[in-house]
Design a protein around this ligand. Structure first.
Ligand SMILES: Nc1nc2c(ncn2[C@@H]2O[C@H](COP(=O)(O)OP(=O)(O)OP(=O)(O)O)[C@@H](O)[C@H]2O)c(=O)[nH]1
Ligand SMILES: [Mg+2]
Length: 826
């Protein structure tokens, strides 16, 4: 016989902890209310006939939120064979409110008083026998965390379910109330005897959703009026009051507080400081600084660099030993080589140039040194050459000069190194990165070019883009799991909520945004901690507006090429990102998508406690792994598509694979040329900018590289000069704004998909971001042109219409403002 047992109780009372212990599963546990939002099923470890059902936590059987509906519907329609009512022993009085309702369902109930480890520690006493008599159901003491008593509790529930020993409520309300309830009960038809009390009370409470669960609904308006007249209150409050009256009448008998209930607990003491009016924000800032510093800047940054430049780059040194020595030597040698090459170029001597070409097949270091030395002897000490050095990240170019004396010094270094660049392997234990390793393997196997391209630029680059973020994400998740587990996260929400609520976000949105300034992927993942669905969606949609680390080189490139390195460009990008978040929040919360029942911000602050290492690691791994799985597939596919369209195309009518400098023949370029007109209103309707924006979707760092290839083709014109020639200041800034605000990279989109867990919402988010970016760029360009003297045109009119619409959306009244005082802060 299969038996179903439901775990029901208040939020944060330990249902999921118990569920995991009973079924051996790994459901997510967190120290704040509202962790579980869907019901979860599992089999009892020692009896596979028994199914255990974990439900979202609820405060009562009158549903307000989605979670409460899920839990209630399960309890009254699916009717489990028994209910294990979990009660938080440290907070027994409030928890019993739900218990009195559960007893009325006409289902066998066992009450498990959880957190007994804490109760005992505080010295409080709970008299289980008395409680059991007063409530009419068996009561057991457990500690889900320590595993005490859980077997007995589950077995007891199974036993009752098998006996079908329905729990009859023994609690009683005042005589008048009971009379009216009895009158309603007698009117009910088609409802089992044991369920009558539940339905009668719900009808009296004017619960509008209960009718859907009944075949026929009697008219009870008479009874409601009688009750309201007799008690001079509305029925729902009357019944709530009756329940609490009953609970307080029994609680004194059953529970003794060690401190007489007056002593402040340790949690209360901590909260006095942590949520103090003046100290709360500074403490929060310090904690966030630490989280950010460790998970983005130091440990996380090192881990990401290691993953991206080491494992998925050239390679790395075991334990970092040898790295700095290598970098120093490689730098010294590189500088010398650059100066020598500059002079060799200047000399125009082709034999000499051939001799020093280290890339050539018959390169002979000894001969190179010979040739360079002979040449250097002919150069006067004060002869000068000018050469260009390029910054690897931003492609900024700078002129340097060297003279004959520098050349001689360079030749000495050149000779010292025997005209060969220092080799990584000589400095420590050098482990080649996966691409480097694969590349040499593919070379050895004489692999076809297209396959090699597919593997290296498509698959490895794609997988690398995903996995490169993993170490950082895991480090961040350890922190988040700890902050959640110990109970501080609930305080953060509490502290920040007043500010963020004003623009439609939750107090917990702050963390995703902060983290998002390092990398959008963990930022979006961090939005998991926001339990309210609307707030979470809103946060996911807007977090990537903040410039992440990968956008910085691109911002620097635009600043350098188009704005002559102006220092205001980078800060303005952050300002733009923050403004985009605030405006989006205000606008979106007034739309239908985000409207709905106002969800009042009720959140109790759970007691602080040290989370177990196991639960922190488990939570870290669960989130990290789900990122790898889900984000991995979408990113991999997308990178392969972009790779294919970038490196294949028609040259002279023949379809073929292209080399780097033939990108203008690629399919992507063809598409870019075909669609670049959509960016004409933004002022950058050229195909290079369009293609760069598309490759930016793989990784935002790519924008710089693509711009480099596409604008770097002209002889004698630097990339920066070519860019400066094809953008004006206004269209350049519009281009910057567009790429800053539009859909993030595939890795972040993968994270959005994962977190939204819903295709429609994924596209809404991406569509919103792109649309918003498009309009902002348009307005910047059109209005900018107006001010730079391009005159008034249709574009200007469109821009003005957009601005007016925007202002309207921003300031139009909020339809729910009367019912939603909490949310609007009015
Ligand atoms: N000290 C102690 N802590 C416990 C015990 N049981 C659960 N906890 C902690 O209480 C917190 C809440 O546990 P969960 O299992 O997530 O609670 P839940 O009832 O599923 O919460 P929701 O899903 O939000 O309704 C976690 O931090 C647990 O580690 C216990 O017996 N003793
Ligand atoms: Mg739970």
């Amino acid at each position: 016989m299969s038996i179903k047992i439901a775990l029901a109780g208040n939020p944060n009372c330990g249902k999921t902890t118990l569920f995991n212990a009973l079924t051996g599963s790994n459901q997510f546990v967190g120290n704040w209310p509202g962790v579980t939002v869907e019901k979860k099923e599992g089999k009892l470890k020692w009896d596979k006939e028994v199914t255990i059902m974990d439900l979202p936590g609820i405060y009562s059987l009158s549903p307000y939120t989605l979670e409460e509906v899920v839990a209630r519907n399960y309890l009254i329609t699916d009717r489990p064979d028994a209910i294990l009512n979990i009660v938080d022993g440290t907070n027994i009085e409030r928890n019993l409110y739900l218990s009195t309702q559960i007893m009325e369902l006409g289902i066998p109930v066992v009450m498990a008083i959880n957190m007994m480890d804490l109760v005992r520690k505080s010295g409080d006493q709970i008299n289980v026998d008395k409680l059991s008599k007063k409530l009419g159901c068996p009561v057991v003491e457990i500690s889900a965390l320590k595993g005490d008593g859980i077997k007995e509790a589950a077995n007891k529930a199974v036993e009752l379910a098998k006996k079908k020993a329905l729990t009859k409520p023994v609690h009683e309300f005042s005589k008048d109330a009971e009379e009216i309830i009895a009158a309603v009960e007698s009117k009910l038809t088609g409802i089992k005897e044991e369920q009558k009390r539940f339905f009668a009370i719900k009808l009296l409470e004017k619960d509008d959703k209960i009718a859907a669960q009944m075949k026929s609904v009697p008219d009870v308006s008479d009874e409601i009026r009688r009750m309201e007249d007799a008690f001079d209150d509305d029925t729902e409050s009357i019944i709530t009051n009756e329940r609490y009256t009953y609970i307080s009448s029994i609680i004194g008998d059953c529970c003794q507080k060690a401190s007489g209930g007056k002593k402040l607990t340790l949690s209360d003491k901590i909260d006095r400081i942590v949520t103090n009016r003046f100290l709360a924000l500074p403490i929060f800032a310090v904690i966030m600084y630490i989280v950010y510093y460790v998970s983005v800047t130091t440990v996380g940054g090192i881990a990401t660099d290691w993953a991206n430049d080491g494992v998925f780059g050239d390679g790395w040194y075991l334990a970092g030993i040898g790295r700095s020595a290598y970098e120093e030597d490689a730098g010294e040698y590189g500088d010398a080589e650059t100066i020598i090459n500059a002079f060799v170029d200047e000399s125009g001597d082709e034999d000499l140039a051939a001799a020093v070409d280290a890339e050539s097949e018959d390169y002979d270091p000894a001969a190179a040194i010979e040739a360079v030395k002979a040449y250097a002897a002919t150069v006067a000490d004060d002869a000068e050459v000018t050469y260009v050095v390029q910054d690897e990240e931003t492609m900024a170019e700078e002129d340097e000069t060297a003279n004959g004396a520098d050349l001689k010094a360079a030749v000495e270094v050149y000779e010292k190194w025997n005209a060969t660049a220092p080799d990584n392997a000589d400095y420590g234990i050098w482990i080649p990165g996966i691409p480097a390793f694969l590349e040499s393997a593919l070379d050895a196997a004489n692999c076809a070019d297209w396959l090699r391209g597919l593997i290296m630029d498509g698959i490895v680059a794609g997988v690398g883009a995903v996995l490169g973020f993993v170490p950082q994400i895991l480090i961040l998740f350890i922190f988040l799991a700890f902050l959640e587990g110990c109970g501080y996260m609930a305080r953060i929400a509490f502290i920040m909520d007043r500010i963020f609520r004003k623009f439609g976000l939750s107090g917990k949105s702050f963390i995703p945004m902060l983290i998002g300034s390092g990398c959008g992927v963990p930022g979006i993942m961090a939005s998991r901690t926001i339990e309210n669905d609307r707030d979470r969606k809103m946060t996911i949609m807007t977090t990537t507006f903040i410039p992440c680390g990968a956008k910085l080189p691109f911002i620097a490139m635009v600043a350098g090429a188009i704005f002559g390195g102006a220092s205001w460009v980078a800060p303005s990008a952050y300002f733009l990102g923050i403004a985009a978040i605030i405006c989006s929040g205000i606008i979106l919360k007034k739309t239908k998508l985000f409207a709905g029942d106002p969800a009042p911000f009720v959140m109790e602050l759970p007691a602080y406690h040290l989370p177990t290492v196991g639960s922190v690691l488990r939570s870290m791994w669960e989130r990290g792994w789900s990122f790898i799985k889900k984000a991995g597939t979408i990113i991999l596919l997308s990178t392969i598509v972009i790779w294919f369209t970038t490196y294949f195309g028609f040259v002279d009518g023949a379809f073929q694979m292209l080399s780097e400098d033939q990108i203008d023949y690629s399919i992507l370029a063809t598409i870019g040329k075909a669609i670049s007109w959509i960016f004409i209103p933004q002022g950058f309707g050229n195909w290079q900018a369009t293609v760069a924006s598309v490759t930016g979707l793989v990784a935002k760092e790519n924008i710089v590289g693509t711009m480099g290839i596409l604008y770097g083709g002209q002889e004698g014109v630097s990339v920066y000069a070519a860019m400066a020639a094809s953008f004006t200041a206004v269209s350049g800034y519009a281009f910057l704004a567009f790429n800053l605000l539009c859909a993030p990279c595939f890795a972040a989109m993968g994270a959005i998909k994962r977190e939204m867990n819903n295709t429609k919402w994924f596209w809404i988010a991406i569509g919103y971001q792109c649309g918003f970016a498009y309009l902002v760029a348009l307005v910047i360009n059109q209005i900018g042109r107006l001010f730079t003297g391009a005159g008034f045109g249709i574009g200007t009119v469109v821009a003005i219409v957009i601005i007016i619409a925007f202002i309207y959306l921003l300031f139009r009244p909020y339809k729910e403002s009367e019912t939603l005082q909490v949310a609007t802060g009015k």
